[in-house]
Ligand binder design. Structure first.
Ligand SMILES: [Zn+2]
Length: 126
């Protein structure tokens, strides 16, 4: 074991447990590759170093958050590409009438007019 972990063995064991329990997705930026644990309630604000209060986070994100409270505004800093979309899901589930009521006209491609050609030649022959 030549790797050095800041804070000693118990600390790295808690990080390993956090990553094991919650996976490697950073709870701040939602990307994979988390390598540290972050505290939902910062330790400086009385948060416990328990699995309930720990979530995986990138070292980078962890450092960026510092000990700020987890607010929607804070999370936006980490998730700039997550666009807030308000979806009215009721519309999705009220769609029975959409199936019954035709709302669009389907265009079928007209068949090639071979018969008309033949008719034309026949007419010419007769
Ligand atoms: Zn992250």
């Amino acid at each position: 074991m030549s790797r050095h972990h800041r804070g000693g063995r118990a600390n790295s064991r808690m990080t390993a447990l956090t990553l094991y329990v919650y996976g490697l997705r950073c709870h701040l930026c939602l990307r994979l590759g988390a390598d540290t644990r972050d505290h939902l309630i910062p330790k400086s604000k009385g948060g416990a170093d328990t699995i309930d209060n720990c979530r995986p986070a990138h070292h980078r994100c962890n450092a960026k958050r510092q000990d700020r409270d987890l607010t929607p505004e804070l999370l936006k800093e980490f998730r700039p590409d997550v666009i807030e979309i308000s979806v009215d899901t009721s519309e999705l589930f009220e769609s029975d009438d959409v199936l019954d009521t035709p709302r669009s006209v389907h265009f079928l491609p007209e068949p090639h007019q071979k018969t008309t050609d033949r008719e034309a030649t026949e007419t010419r022959a007769g």
